[in-house]
Design a protein around this ligand. Sequence first.
Ligand code: C2E
Ligand code: CA
Ligand code: CA
Length: 655
Amino acid sequence: MARALQFLVGAGLSPDTRAALLRAQSQAFSKQVPLMYLIASVDVAIGWYAIYGKIAGPLATYAPAGLIVASAIRMLMWWKRRDAPTPTTEAALRRRLHVTTALAAGLGFGFAAWTMTIFVYGDETIRLLSVGAFGITAISCVFLLVNVPIAALTLNASAIVVFSCFLIAVDGGDLAPLGVCLLLVSVAIAYMTLRSARDFADMIAAQVEAQRLSDMNLRLANIDSLTELPNRRQFFDRLAQCVERHRRGGKFYVGVLDLDGFKPVNDVFGHIIGDRVLVECAARFRAAIGDRYFVARLGGDEFGLIIENVDDDAAVIEIGNLVCGAIRVPFTFDDAIATLSASIGFAEFPLAADSPRQLYERSDYALYYAKQNARGEPAIFSLDHENQMKGVAVIEQCLRRADLDSELVLHFQPLYHVSSGQLVGFEALARWISPELGLVAPDKFIRVAERSEIIYAVTRVLLRKALDAALSWPSNLRLSFNLSARDLISPVAITQIVALIESSAFPANRIDLEITETALMTDFDCARLAIHELKRVGVRISLDDFGSGYSSLSYVHRLPLDKIKIDRSFVQEMEASDLARDIVKTLVAMCRNLKLDCVTEGIETSEQLRLLKSFGCTLAQGYFFSKPIPQQDVGEYIATIVLPALSAPKPLLTA
Ligand code: C2E
Ligand code: CA
Ligand code: CA
């Protein structure tokens, strides 16, 4: 009971629960108002009818009329305010409850006074009627107010208790037993009111707690726990809302941002620093664009933006530059400094796309374009991108239908030993002869195949063909074969590649598998395991296109590599640029120090070859020696190059 009383005054309840309780009481009461006043009015009307013509005087006429009119006004007030929102502040709710209670007290006392009056002046029948009608009416009204205990108790006291006392006192105590009975009923009702008040408060407290937990869940489900930015789910919800809101007009932009060079930071400095970089990025985004635009973490080092209320592409590019610029400032931690950049792609609604998924895909494509063409710069999805995307979609469709076994062929490009001028082997380069598209270059279709599982089948078919072709070569020639980044991070693909190599008659120790940094940057640990697995079979590993991406020397140190292929862009700029020449020279020296073979690719002129020779580069490859040769012509090439070379050194290489 003590707890019930506590609930009655709201003591011991949290502010949230107290406010929710007051709100629930206010709503519960509001529903009962018309019924309560209607019952009371009917009671008065019955009494009035009973005394009509029997009791004279203004009391018998004006009092009931006044009570009925007062009830009607109260019902009218309720009707007018029935759709008004429930107040939200505790003070307003309390005020409302006080008014309710005061009105209930007034009503109770008014009806008790009216009943007592007709009791005094009425005959036996009227008395009986008034006691019965009053009892039923008062008890019903108290029950209707049961969820607003203060009002119920006040009505109980102002009506039932007052009338009980009256019955005990009137007529020299003749009706005292009836009065005591009614008093006991009043006490029982008060007890029930208090119990039900406690149960009601308990129920509201449980509801408040459930709501709190559900709010917390909702927050956790929509917030990225590391950066506290909205997460992927919230981003797509927000995007869907934006699309709906702008359907009837207006435009907005979606951006996808990706950090360049985050993976090496993670690999070199560890995940704790990696996490701190992400948290710092989120803080920089907030500082750069504040609350003006919506920024979410979509996962890993990818972030999403929604930009509303901007007029044109120039403004969006400016925002993109602001965000990318914020990331370019070096990240300084206790004893580490990490330098990153960010690329960002935007798509405009409704110009680029009009569905959330497509908008995302198109901004992602613009991002991809930015990464390929202008790293660290924003790009907006354009018609040009659309055409490229269509090209990709067509290639993908044809690739899915392709008979890979008959449509994929190999060309082989020779590799030479720089100082001795000897042919040392060939790199297998894929070509796709599609019945629909004709000859498709590998940098087109491999990239598309890598977007799905198709790449695994492509690699398998090509490797089998390369191994079969190399079987007929002289035993001193090696085979270089390119692995896709996806192969390297798929344990299943690696198992299949190992099985193919082991089942082939071509010796594994004459195979060089070329890998790129992309795989290492995607999942270093997985790629490292794969490399160990491949080396176990006896193959050698070359790191291809070195220097073209976010090359990190830490990879070279931490992986059992055998060769490094310097990216052809440096070799080709060597003649015109001192910097490119110095880079190649340094890379060649680095390979020598690390006891790794060094391959330079893309050699087109004798001057390039001369420079490489002077740097001490081991192996070379390029159009200067030969373009990739169709598989069927390789035998003839070997015959014309290798056999004469045995008697006289190839004059080309003396350049
Ligand atoms: P990559 O592995 O860097 O292969 C060398 C590319 O440079 C080849 O292009 C080759 O034709 C070209 N190249 C060679 N020497 C010269 C030169 O002197 N000048 C110029 N401008 N280019 C030269 P290709 O055959 O079009 O292959 C492009 C890329 O496609 C390859 O680059 C490789 O990343 C990928 N690729 C080719 N075949 C395969 C394959 O079987 N599997 C996988 N996963 N990727 C492949
Ligand atoms: Ca290669
Ligand atoms: Ca290469």
